[in-house]
Design a protein around this ligand. Sequence first.
Ligand SMILES: CC(C)(COP(=O)(O)OP(=O)(O)OC[C@H]1O[C@@H](n2cnc3c(N)ncnc32)[C@H](O)[C@@H]1OP(=O)(O)O)[C@@H](O)C(=O)NCCC(=O)NCCS
Length: 150
Amino acid sequence: MNVIIRTATEADQPTITSIIRAAHINPMDLKWQHFVVAEDAGQIVGTGQIKTHRDGSHELASIAVIPERQGEGIATQIINALLADQSGTLYLMCQRSLEPFYQRFGFSPVTSDQMPPYFRRITKLAGVLSPVSQAVRGEGLNISVMKRKL
Ligand SMILES: CC(C)(COP(=O)(O)OP(=O)(O)OC[C@H]1O[C@@H](n2cnc3c(N)ncnc32)[C@H](O)[C@@H]1OP(=O)(O)O)[C@@H](O)C(=O)NCCC(=O)NCCS
């Protein structure tokens, strides 16, 4: 494996979009200018970005690795590269099952009253949209918001 992490270019936009769509994660705000990509022998195998929201909060987002290359530490490399450039507080949204993974990078779960307005709004919306499917599955809200403070 010889994966490099580099800033994205305009030519990477279609690949970034298709990797995020295939991973079934948030398909909004996928501007290449905010991304880094993991590349191996000319192929993009993973993506990640820092989003800036209108309330001024920053989000580690769009972390995805193509299925055939998962489990090799590529997401870890992407996250470390993105974190190296950050000096302030960062948030992220993930499935609850990924909390232990993000805790490795210094993130901890926050409650609704500790969230910036953007994250409070999104989680409230998710709570409104998903109660029926959750009731069927007998689960609580499956989304976690996490924060990393320097
Ligand atoms: C989550 C994801 C980015 C991890 O990428 P990766 O390159 O395989 O990650 P790494 O190899 O750096 O680290 C692997 C760790 O991820 C964690 N992990 C991966 N998938 C997981 C899952 N479904 N549930 C819980 N933990 C998971 C494990 O802690 C694993 O650690 P281990 O190898 O010690 O078991 C990748 O599985 C992916 O693209 N998933 C689909 C998109 C997605 O859910 N993105 C996260 C958005 S918040």
